[in-house]
Design a protein around this ligand. Sequence first.
Ligand SMILES: NC(=O)c1ccc[n+]([C@@H]2O[C@H](COP(=O)([O-])OP(=O)(O)OC[C@H]3O[C@@H](n4cnc5c(N)ncnc54)[C@H](O)[C@@H]3O)[C@@H](O)[C@H]2O)c1
Length: 449
Amino acid sequence: MTMSPLDQLERKIADRSVVVGVVGLGYVGLPLASALHSGGARVIGFDVDPAKITAFTERKNYLKHLGDEMFAELAASDRFDVTTDFVRLGEADVVIVCVPTPLREDRSPNLSYVTDTARAIGTTLRPGQLIVLESTTYPGTTRREFLGAITESASVHGQSLRSGENFLVAFSPEREDPGRKSHATATIPKLVGGLDDRATRVACDLYRIGIREVIPVSSAEVAEAAKILENVYRAVNIALVNEMKLILSDMDIDVFEVVRAAATKPFGFQPFYPGPGLGGHCIPIDPYYLAHRAKEVGREARFIELAGEINHAMPAYVVDKCMNALQTRGVAPDRARVLVLGLAYKPDIDDVRESPSFELIELLREKGSHADYSDPFIKATWKMRRYNLGLKSVELTPDSVASYDAVIISTNHTAFDYEMLAEHARLVVDTRDAMRIYESRMGDRLIRA
Ligand SMILES: NC(=O)c1ccc[n+]([C@@H]2O[C@H](COP(=O)([O-])OP(=O)(O)OC[C@H]3O[C@@H](n4cnc5c(N)ncnc54)[C@H](O)[C@@H]3O)[C@@H](O)[C@H]2O)c1
């Protein structure tokens, strides 16, 4: 008896002969490709950016935090291939989509990367394929926009296939946290929700090739909403401690000590720490995806809007505190030279997406101050969608540090020499509690913001 294409897909997953296409070889797609490859699958990486493909042919790792070894292993493997040729999507039994889901200028979701990819998948769709969306998005996207674009494009190309009958579709949110040492793609539990039961089951089996714990949920919508909840939870809790920081600072109470004290409670409290604003691809962006969908069903996402407002106000608060401290030292804003430490949005990685450090520099310039930055991971800035700072990283030496009126610690990279800062900086504005052990030595040369 001949096997159906979907039965064949299940057999290939079981015996590891499955070919997996990963679309979008960025912070999410590349480690996922590596995890599935390590589990024994053959992987084809797809990207619209030819530089990613060249990086593999020239063996130049473009995501340092993943380690050169992982990159070299993939580049050398005969079970791994990269391409910009999307016609080859037809070769893949499974296609996993990890493309960006940014916001438009008006903070509405920009799903164009997802729908463009879905249309490309549709052009080569064949019976027996499993298609999984990983990009973070609002509940309903996989069933409406993603599947809609796939089937529409497939029918234009003469294929009239139905999800659940000839091919399968699922959503599985990515929970990547670049730079975190305690977890990697293979050890972060993976949620999977299909558009039907078979899609859930087959997608779970597929992910088990490279991921230790896979958790099925009852639908794609539950998986989509769970991811958004995780990120809204972080955005709201960070806003809460940022607001606590403003209140407690006016009472001369140290918010970091307060959070750490509260965290000694063994249940019912999870610590979040204040900072100079929100950064990264996820927390500043994803909640607005839910807010958009909430509006469509006639609800207001009030927590999300308020958290956004509070978190977005942080860079201005930090700059104002810095300017006030300088003015009491007789340095006028338009004569001040300020060095911002850390351009990446979090410690020990080179990811600058949505980093509040850019806004700090922009706000300092608006005050008329001269602003520079130092970041061992980012040697120079480049032209971005919103910012074009035209700066090079300043090397941190006793002389360079002493030449600035103030140093703002925006990102607490481990590589910074904090003792040297304590010794030589005229004023340190610490947004990360990085200078606590030097507090008594620094006296009024240290302020928190
Ligand atoms: N970075 C994270 O830590 C993280 C964590 C969880 C979830 N996510 C989500 O995962 C998704 C991907 O994020 P990322 O951080 O990997 O982004 P990224 O920018 O690092 O990578 C995206 C990649 O997709 C490529 N690309 C863009 N359009 C494409 C297209 N039409 N076809 C093929 N490739 C295309 C880009 O060239 C890039 O290499 C987003 O939805 C994001 O919200 C990211």
